[in-house]
Design a protein around this ligand. Sequence first.
Ligand SMILES: [Zn+2]
Length: 310
Amino acid sequence: MNWLKKTLRFGEKIKQLLKKRPSKTDIENSDWASCCKGPIKKTDLEDNLWVCPGPCGKHFRISSNQRFDLFFGKNNYEILKTPIPADDPLEFKDSSPYIKKLNAARKKTNQDCAVMIAKGKVENIDVIVGAINFAFMGGSIATSEGEAIIFGIQKAVEEKKPFIIFTCGGGQRMHESPLALAQMTRTTMAINELKENKLPYIVCLTDPTAGGITASFAMLGDIQISEPGALIAFAGRRVIEGTVKEELPENFQKAEHVLDCGFVDNIIPRKDLSKKIGKVLSILLKKNSEVNSENNEQTPEFNIGTREAS
Ligand SMILES: [Zn+2]
């Protein structure tokens, strides 16, 4: 029966090894991340704008503050305080009270809600920018997030500045149910104000943008940009596969496929976003000559016609 004892002992060893696997919090607090070439130091990743330097070029998810640091440059922008409506209007509870989850998300991210609004300059053009943090309850949109976006847009209208938003998130937050769904209409109406005032609205989709976010403010940009490899979807892949009963392409719902389908105008690597968005704005605001003379360039390089007509 020696073989039986040996097998049981081997099973125990495997169990112990599995028990030792790091938790999600351990991974988040670690100095290391993991990508195609194995472990990578987070400081090296940060030096590379949170993009994998390996062949995969993965654009890691970043917080709202990190986004502003990259887009405007560190300490080169002002965070605007956005209104925060009363917490937990429905007194929602599932596995634990919503208010507990909300407070944990605030502590973890050091943000009041998933959306932050900042003002600053990009390529010498004054802009108002919104950025969603996926680490705050999956970047989901509830009343505070809706208010923040609307506040940013109102500010843009008042100060006659373009509005840019970096989207991510799974959709509307179920803990605020119809109130969260109402933010789809409210943000859409606010964007209409921007358009009536002839102010540019640029959307940059980042990984992952899905659900009610895709079905409202994330798809209404005058120019739709995406970071490489971002997941852009409404319903999930399995739901669609089960509905259409067809095999879907491997890169289905990835930015590159969405570009081919005509839902985004261009895919721009993170390192080029400020420059290219600045260029788009200079065209939309008819400031070409001003920007070009400063940059000593003859013609704008931004190409929004990269997809082929089908
Ligand atoms: Zn990689």
